[in-house]
Design a protein around this ligand. Sequence first.
Ligand SMILES: [Zn+2]
Length: 425
Amino acid sequence: MSPVSPQDPWVQVAEVVRLIRRGEAQTRPELADATRLGRNVITQRIQAAQDLGLVQPSGEQRSRGGRAAEVWEFVGDKGRILTAMVGTAGFRVALTDLDHRVLEDRHVAWELTGDPLETCERIAAEMDAVLALHHLGSPAWGIGIGLSTPVNYVTGRSVRPVTAGPPGLDWSAGMDVRGWFTRRMQAPVWVEALPNIAALGAAAAPDAPADLVFVRMDRGVGSGIVSDGRLHRGADWIAGEITHILVHPDSDRICLCGRVGCLDAFASRWALEAEAHRALDQGRSPFLARRPAPVALEDVVAGAEAGDPTCAELVLRAAEAMGRALAGIVTWFNPRRVVIGGNTLADSALFQGTVSRTLNAQTLAASVDRLQLEHGTPDRAEDVIGASAMVTEMLLSPEYLAEWAPGGFPIDVEVLMAQKHDFLA
Ligand SMILES: [Zn+2]
């Protein structure tokens, strides 16, 4: 794709839509000021955006001269976005509008073993069901997919994980996830790693600062980095891989990566569940002994909150390890906000309190005094909002809008498939 010119009328339409959507300019005079385009041109660009159904008038505003100016608003209801989050024990399919309002949200238990294409087909079937339920006669405007492995965002292909996971989770590195879903669902598709999607979700909050980190606790511990409002993906698409940061070099806990003392060996689901089983076998936890087998991370967190000393120790050691890892990250990156979410452990007040104390003890005041340490939402809303935001931002970007707007609907699959990937970077 050749670089788009600011003189391209559709690029100007995209800018008008962006200004109206963000509330930065909403009347003809404001839009003319903000874009430095003439009033007549602005009138035409607003008309084009209205023809696409993306903006509509929403009343009048009195200007200082006394003349009323029409106020324009973004029509988030105009388009529908499908999202799919593929986790370790199942997947989640949701439908949103262009304002990231959630219209449908389904969790499906699914074994991620065997052929990844079987998983893709099962997800696509769920998407078909959601579209049918909402009587959508046309395809979705776009699809956002989150994977539990790293992703090359430009090609939409999975990247080999840093360590090997259970079978089925690796998405056979290099798999063309975007191509598969684009052909199957007949809609533009973007694919991203789950921690990055959660970070985009946190960044879409109305009060979100420009620099933030989302720590997404799951089978391992991932994180997404938003710097100056943009996702930082790294040279090899594995930025934010905090799970293998060394936090206890003298420990005897062996990590999945083969080394000792990684954050993963203290704070990941697999590590805590392995430790819980050991404690159970050794008769060290009356609380876990009363829980139905096999004990899970949720049991450890419940035990810690109920005062079981072994469970409490596991949670505290996980939190302390997380605080140590974050101390380095916060010192180096200076985020305004760190959100920790993703699972029950992340939600635990005991865990969060200890993370905060460790972080404060190990970081200079200048780096933590104004830091906002927050919980993720219990329903993992960041995942769905982040995937929806990722797709909406791409659809309404000048580069992509200029491709689909002349046809009136973001359906031109070939545009994405024909090696026109450079604008994605
Ligand atoms: Zn490791």
